[in-house]
Design a protein around this ligand. Structure first.
Ligand code: 4UV
Length: 514
């Protein structure tokens, strides 16, 4: 059966993203603070945000000849090879990089054939001849935003985040103006209790869709204030909550684990917080309950994917007595879903099946990848999430398993195919597969490699350690083989050469030679 959102359908404004986020539905005055740097306390008003974005747009147009198109956001901690893959794949012509990661940025730009004159820095300082974008790319005039007619808004890509989808390497996800605007409207109309009263914690990375839509754009359309921290440190996190009286936290499960386990938390007053939303990876019931018991902060899950802009499910946070621990909440407005059995049969209530969804927030497709796009959708336009879910009679959904290859380390995507390709370049390895294993201790999955080795090589702890370090040096921190490297006799494959991951998982259970 097809499950429909319980909320009334809504009409999505068909305009450009800038017009939408500055449409000011809550009549916020220009001098209200929108962003606060949680470390320095420096703040920006709604008025400054608008003027600066228009000047930046003028700079991009006047100095670099930018036309309408798309923006891709990348993990600032990427190694050069990872970044150059994304730069090349997205046909990037300019790179703005954090000064801390300038070495990798320059190497990646050279590999992706971006001239060094088009590499700029965040921040205020010039380093090695590379200039801050703020000094060079901010125009002297304010440009009026490009206006989009409804058809253009629907088909023009505005953001290009990367995701591995159900299989293979990372792919550019084409999200249109309408996709993002639809998702913000869906969030507002799904009884999310956010508004001008909200002071939101900005700890999650803005290059990831969760933060890009819900936090960065969400703050603007709700008329809220966002306190931004550069990285997670439990003391700074709690100090900022206390200092700025943060009342809404978007989190991932390992942050909640730190809150309940780290004794330093007791030194701070967290009483301003009235809701924690956890997403990007499964949150155990037990952890959510402990957080509520210890701090009296209601802690619930939401769910979504990069490909769905991202939010698909959200709990009823206006009336939390309706929200169910363990559930990811209700379908947001305008979204239809179906749950399919292994044989493609549509299932009913309380039957676990693969979750397929349909809605205005679902991506246009994967950039320059028709094959992956075609296989992500069925003939009725439903998109395959690759997750296994159930739904109860009240419309609450639960994620019970994941069918796709993806591993989530602390909410970050790890594509097994990418690590497998690196493993196969090691001299000793004849075949390899990477699986995710759940670590209760860290409240996250961790990637573990299984390898077969070529004749002439001997299985040993040293070789396993050397292979681990070989991979870890080539990837950003969240992709490291934290679960270790294990030797197996064979990687089970289908006739077409696809790794049979479930079978491998069964085979290695309690039977591993390391
Ligand atoms: O593509 P992605 O990296 O996207 C995300 C999105 C996270 C969101 C989205 C909307 C929210 O409101 C929110 O709070 C968080 O992470 O990875 C998508 C995959 O992550 C897993 C699932 O396997 C998706 O296909 N995932 C995301 N949220 C959950 C989850 C969850 N609550 N429980 C279990 N798995």
């Amino acid at each position: 059966m097809i499950f429909k959102s319980k909320y009334p359908d809504l009409k999505v404004p068909q305009v450009g993203i800038y017009q939408y986020i500055t449409s000011n539905p809550n009549s916020i005055p220009d001098d209200k603070t929108v962003y606060i740097d949680g470390i320095t306390g420096k703040s920006y008003t709604y008025g400054e945000f608008k003027h600066d974005s228009k000047k930046f747009a003028a700079g991009l147009q006047d100095k670099l000849g930018f036309k309408r198109g798309k923006v891709t956001t990348a993990n600032p901690k990427y190694q050069a090879t990872e970044l150059s893959y994304q730069l090349t794949n997205s046909c990037a012509s300019v790179l703005i990089v954090h000064p801390q990661f300038i070495e990798a940025g320059i190497k990646a730009a050279i590999k992706a054939k971006i001239p060094t004159s088009k590499v700029f820095l965040f921040g205020d300082k010039e380093i090695k001849g590379y200039k801050p974008y703020r000094f060079t790319l901010i125009g002297n005039r304010e440009i009026e935003p490009v206006s989009y007619n409804p058809e253009e808004a629907k088909i023009t890509t505005v953001y290009l985040p990367f995701s591995s989808g159900t299989t293979g390497k990372q792919k550019g996800v084409e999200l249109t103006h309408t996709n993002i605007i639809a998702n913000l409207e869906q969030l507002i109309n799904a009884k999310c209790n956010l508004g001008p009263h909200s002071i939101i914690m900005g700890i999650l990375p803005f290059y990831h869709i969760y933060s890009l839509t819900c936090i960065l754009h969400g703050t603007l359309i709700h008329g809220a204030t966002l306190v931004i921290l550069p990285s997670f440190n439990i003391e700074t996190f709690c100090e900022s909550i206390q200092k700025y009286k943060i009342n809404h936290i978007y989190a991932v499960p390992p942050i909640i684990l730190q809150l309940v386990n780290n004794p330093v938390v007791q030194n701070y007053d967290l009483s301003s917080v009235n809701l924690i939303i956890s997403g990007a990876a499964p949150l155990s019931d037990e952890l959510a309950k402990r957080c509520f018991e210890m701090f009296k902060i209601p802690t619930f899950q939401a769910y979504g994917l990069t490909e769905t802009s991202p939010v698909l499910h959200y709990p009823d946070t206006k009336d939390l007595s309706n929200a169910i621990p363990g559930s990811i909440g209700l379908l947001v407005p305008n979204v239809k879903a179906k749950l399919l059995s292994e044989d493609g049969i549509e299932l009913g209530y309380n039957e676990p099946g693969e979750l397929w969804v349909h809605g205005p927030n679902v991506m246009k497709g994967y950039l320059k990848n028709k094959e992956a796009t075609d296989s992500a959708f069925d003939k009725d336009g439903f998109f395959n999430t690759g997750d296994i879910a159930t739904v109860d009679e009240q419309g609450n959904f639960y994620i019970v398993d994941r069918k796709k290859e993806l591993i989530k380390y602390k909410g970050f995507q790890v594509a097994p195919a990418e690590l497998e390709a690196i493993l196969l370049t090691h001299d000793a390895i004849s075949d390899a597969a990477v699986l995710g294993h759940y670590s209760e201790k860290e409240a996250t999955e961790i990637p573990k490699a299984y390898v077969t080795i070529k004749s002439g090589y001997k299985q040993s702890q040293d070789l396993a350690a050397e292979i681990k370090s070989f991979v870890d040096k080539k990837v950003t921190s969240h992709k490291k083989l934290r679960g270790g490297v294990y030797f197996v006799d064979e990687i089970p494959k289908s006739d077409s050469g696809k790794i049979l991951r479930r079978l491998l998982r069964e085979k290695v259970k309690g039977n591993i030679m390391a």
